[in-house]
Design a protein around this ligand. Structure first.
Ligand SMILES: Cc1cc2nc3c(=O)[nH]c(=O)nc-3n(C[C@H](O)[C@H](O)[C@H](O)COP(=O)(O)OP(=O)(O)OC[C@H]3O[C@@H](n4cnc5c(N)ncnc54)[C@H](O)[C@@H]3O)c2cc1C
Length: 388
């Protein structure tokens, strides 16, 4: 029996679960059920800034981000309320390690034939008049980078696949699996037993908990990441800005707001975490914006939030079969920059499951790379902007 004739259960309705359901369906699998313990996007995806960039530090990720951009465009054509904003991204740095990083990724962009440009000095001041203090700094611009609303992305897929009779059960937490020898037979949700042939965990960083209950450990650690929303009196039209030296990113939220984030917090968090931003973030990090862009002195702080990201030891995702079982898979470990790669990862994972092929080879992200290695604790490091 091939997978097209099998019943597939996906656990989690974040970017990975919904994208995978979409691509499995497109590849001929129609008996799919998605269980989500809360609502669409209640995990990391709903907390995400929605930035999609090709300024990444390895070729596979660059290919994945580029393909994901095409997928975001494809999904946006299904619903007028899901919009893709191709504003481009600029990374700014004045420090030597930042310049080394920019050099490294510009070489990768060149190899992958991605449009980019570097600016310095007076030219940078002329092209980006809204930026402050950039004369001694280097700017790398990728003009095709984009942002979009992660919640609307999920909702658009949800509406589409539900029409195609894919079963999505919200407010249904998977409590435990029933296993026999090396096979998962089914799972329990609110006391009801659901059997299936294939089980795929798209449960983000909470996968740690589900697997721990089965006595399985995977190298995954949760860390917090924070976001603030600021409003100005006039319209804001700027590209996505990534200040590598200050470790913050900024993007506009049309028409008069911006979203500002602090990226990776390099300390482990608990799965039960503080969902509001810290005082240090509000009073220390957010005012930094006045040193990055002009005219933000009177911007109003509207509020913010914190979400969890999933770190792995080598900052590559954790994909593929859980070795203890023949029919249990996982798709997680996106190190704070999953949204920008997940659609293409899900597409290729669906190709792998249905046709044993991949268009972008993600096999180096398979979980089996940790086979025989007991890694429980490791250092959490920057994921998106990986500076040596
Ligand atoms: C503040 C912040 C900003 C970010 N900004 C960006 C960005 O700009 N660009 C980018 O590329 N990435 C960004 N990220 C990272 C990105 O959000 C994640 O990599 C991505 O959303 C992970 O998606 P996921 O589907 O793997 O996990 P999740 O979105 O966490 O989905 C997992 C789902 O599983 C559900 N679940 C868990 N346990 C169970 C269970 N037992 N039963 C049923 N359901 C269960 C959860 O409720 C959740 O909905 C950001 C993250 C944060 C926190």
């Amino acid at each position: 029996m091939n997978i097209q004739d099998k019943k597939v259960i996906i656990i989690g309705a974040g970017a990975s679960g919904m994208s995978l359901a979409y691509f499995l369906y497109k590849n001929g699998v129609s008996n799919i059920c998605v269980f989500e313990r809360e609502l669409l996007g209640s995990g990391s995806t709903g907390k995400c800034a929605g930035i999609v960039s090709t300024q990444l530090w390895n070729e596979i990720d660059v290919k994945l981000a580029r393909r994901s951009m095409e997928i975001f465009e494809e999904i946006s054509r299904k619903a007028s309320y899901f919009k893709v904003y191709r504003k481009g991204l600029i990374s700014i740095t004045g420090e030597e390690k930042g310049k080394r990083y920019i050099k490294k990724i510009s070489d990768i962009l060149k190899g992958e034939k991605i449009k980019y440009k570097m600016y310095e000095g007076e030219e940078a001041e002329k092209i980006f008049p809204f930026l402050k203090g950039i004369r001694d700094r280097v700017i790398l611009q990728t003009p095709d980078d984009l942002y979009c609303d992660s919640g609307m992305f999920l909702y658009t897929i949800y509406s589409y696949i539900r029409k195609e009779k894919i079963d999505i059960k919200l407010l249904r937490e998977v409590e435990r699996f029933k296993t026999l020898n090396r096979e998962v037979k089914g799972l329990w949700v609110k006391g009801i037993y659901y059997p299936a042939d294939i089980f795929i965990m798209c449960s983000g960083v909470w996968s740690i908990k589900i697997l721990e209950e089965m006595g399985i450990k995977i190298p995954l650690l949760p860390y917090r990441s924070q976001i603030a929303v600021l409003r100005k009196k006039d319209t804001i039209d700027i590209p996505i800005i990534h200040d590598l030296d200050r470790g913050v990113y900024i993007r506009s939220e049309f028409p008069d707001k911006i979203i500002m984030g602090d990226g990776t917090e390099t300390k482990e968090s608990s799965l039960i975490f503080k969902e509001n931003p810290d005082e240090e973030f509000i009073y220390g990090v957010i005012p930094e914006i006045t040193n990055i862009v002009n005219d933000f002195e009177n911007a109003e702080y509207l509020g913010g939030w914190a979400g969890l990201c999933a770190a792995t030891p080598d900052r590559y995702p954790l994909i593929g079969k859980i070795p203890e079982f023949e029919n249990l898979y996982i798709l997680t470990g996106f190190n704070g920059f999953g949204f920008m790669r997940i659609p293409a990862i899900a597409e290729n994972f669906a190709f792998y499951l249905t046709e044993s092929r991949m268009e972008i080879d993600i096999s180096s992200y398979f979980l089996e790379r940790f086979k025989g290695k007991e890694i429980e604790k490791f250092e959490i490091r920057e994921g998106f902007s990986f500076i040596d």
